[in-house]
Design a protein around this ligand. Structure first.
Ligand SMILES: [Zn+2]
Length: 567
């Protein structure tokens, strides 16, 4: 586990509101922020960060919960702004580490959360309390009002947090969509009213601060899809994030209008569509949905398949389609694939390969770079400016973004009239304290992140990661010797085995030479004996000599494991 707090750090007596970031600053993902006042802590979001696909077995990264664990008696609630993995994905790990408190979430988020807790066997560990937009959640020191925002998932909330030192607005992930497919545009008047009444601090989503044009609304997607679907000659496959119930609804409405059928591929897709229907979305599902096994019963141009896998994830539905391995969906000339989600940085290589394979199957493939078939769920610069103008905060901290996004967003806030000294760019681990006339970083937790290997939650230490990288890049060599346990004399060996070192054709020669190197060490070892035993550490000598030998002959130092068996 990557650590963390020196004893006593971050535990100075406090007379103000303390905000601590365990994630979400200086990176996209792993959002986790906590508000602490006297004997109370409220945790806002608790997400994961997906690791790059080729990151030596590390699947994702979660916040290091040490700070919370040390104060777990103070934790009164987790509040989820919406159901994306980078906001709720780490909750099971927080609960498992013993930080247990009720979880507050909107309707759709509640459904995703309950399913997640089920999967981890934690359904009874913490109570999930569902809020509606506009609800007030009251604690001893905090009163939190939920405010609906537009985003790429339904039921996303901003939080208006009344604290003992003043009002804080946390936008969560948001955009300003004048034409959302479900629900209304974010409530301009409400945010304006908060601004009129006074906002002490604004925490605002920075993801898209580099984009200058107002982002398109959901209606743009609908019109684009309408045109594309009308022109399609064969089967249509639309890939998207399974959590994007709004996008699903748009496709189903179009299918309904055009007399087509919709089949879902991917378990999460089916599950989320069911959740969506249960809470009143996807009103056309009943009339258009067919099972994926039924698609052969319809003409090709009658079928739209909705699938997951737009990030090129291993074994996902879309990957299987691209490799011709999907049991029900085989592409052919005339088919259309629409990849309607953004490419998450780090996944580009896998996605590129998948797109090539989709083309090889004969289909036409449309994706972000060649066609406007996705709108982002995050506010661009003009919308962020709008949020600053509505709320007119005294203090400003940009959140949710890589470091450069935070810097740009901080500049924007100053342009919008927030005083220079009242804008603060914080990073993960920062502890900020504030009162009505106080606003400062008081401490920092080093690298509050843990690398996770899989669902069991095994963490991967820096040392293990270094070993894996070395094994992956340089290969490994085993040298085996057998020694008489009593006399200490070598009685058999050396045997040398290598993995991932050089081309097989070179290996025989190289390992014979390596044997000679080890034999020389053995004879030095044998000669070093006096009445007290050998004078040299044979294992260490072998390690040093072999690494030197391989560096001279193949230009790299593999991991060398000298094994001496005492019999
Ligand atoms: Zn989100």
């Amino acid at each position: 586990m990557s650590i963390v707090l020196d004893t006593g750090r971050g535990s100075k007596a406090s007379d103000g509101l303390r905000i601590v970031w365990l994630g979400g600053l200086g990176e996209i993902g792993m959002n986790c922020m906590l508000f602490e006042y006297e004997d109370e802590i409220i945790v806002l979001d608790c997400g994961i960060h997906f690791s790059d696909l080729d990151h030596f077995g590390v699947e994702f990264v979660i916040p290091d919960f040490t700070y919370l664990r040390e104060r777990k008696h103070k934790v009164k609630a987790f509040i989820a702004t919406h159901g994306h993995e980078d906001h709720i994905g780490a909750l099971p790990f927080a609960l498992k580490s013993g930080i247990v408190a009720p979880i507050y979430a909107s309707q759709f988020t509640t459904m995703l959360l309950k399913k997640k807790l089920d999967e981890y066997g934690l359904r009874d560990t913490a109570e999930v309390r569902t809020f509606r937009m506009g609800d007030e959640i009251k604690f001893k020191h905090f009163k939190i009002r939920t405010e609906s925002v537009n985003h790429s998932i339904v039921d996303a909330a901003a939080l208006i947090i009344e604290t003992p030192v003043g009002r804080v607005i946390h936008t969560g992930d948001f955009k300003i969509d004048k034409t959302p497919f479900y629900g209304n545009m974010i409530d301009e008047r409400a945010f304006g009213r908060y601004g009129d009444e006074g906002v002490l601090l604004l925490l605002s989503d920075s993801t898209n601060v580099e984009r200058d044009t107002v982002s398109s609304g959901d209606s743009m997607i609908y019109e684009t899809f309408e045109k594309l679907f009308a022109q399609a000659e064969g089967l249509i496959l639309v890939s998207m994030f399974a959590s994007n119930v709004g996008r699903m609804g748009q496709v189903m409405k179009l299918a309904h209008q055009m007399g087509k059928k919709v089949a879902l591929s991917g378990r999460t897709m089916e599950q989320n569509a069911k959740f969506g229907q249960e809470i009143g979305y996807l009103e056309h599902a009943k009339s258009v949905l067919i099972s994926i096994d039924q698609i052969d019963q319809y003409d090709r141009d009658q079928v739209i398949v909705l699938s997951t896998g737009s990030q090129g994830e291993y074994r996902s539905a879309l990957i299987r389609v691209s490799n011709g391995e999907h049991a029900q969906v085989k592409l052919q000339k005339g088919d259309l694939v629409v990849m309607s989600s953004k490419f998450i940085p780090g996944n580009e290589r896998a996605i590129g390969k998948m797109i090539n394979n989709l083309f090889k199957q004969g289909a036409e493939v449309l994706y972000e770079a060649v066609h406007d078939i996705h709108v982002s769920g995050h506010a661009t610069r003009p919308e962020l400016k709008q949020m600053l103008e509505w709320t007119r905060p005294k203090y400003f901290i940009p959140i949710h973004g890589e470091y450069r996004h935070l810097v740009h967003h901080a500049k924007l806030a100053r342009e919008c009239g927030v005083a220079e000294k009242n804008v603060l760019v914080a990073v993960n681990g920062d502890i900020v304290e504030m009162g009505p006339s106080r606003f400062e970083k008081i401490d920092h937790i080093d690298e509050p992140r843990v690398l996770i290997e899989g669902r069991e939650g095994n963490d991967v230490s820096k040392l293990v990661l270094k070993d894996r990288r070395q094994l992956g890049e340089k290969g490994v060599v085993f040298s085996l010797l057998v020694r008489n346990a009593e006399s200490g004399r070598i009685i058999s060996g050396p045997e040398i085995i290598a993995k991932g070192l050089v081309h097989e054709s070179m290996e025989g020669w190289l390992l014979e030479e390596a044997k000679t190197v080890v034999k020389k060490v053995v004879s030095r070892y044998e000669r070093s004996f006096d009445e007290r035993g050998p004078k040299i550490d044979i294992q260490e000598e072998i390690r040093v000599e072999l690494r030197r030998f391989f560096e001279a002959n193949i230009g790299k130092k593999p991991v060398v494991l000298p094994i001496v068996l005492d019999l």
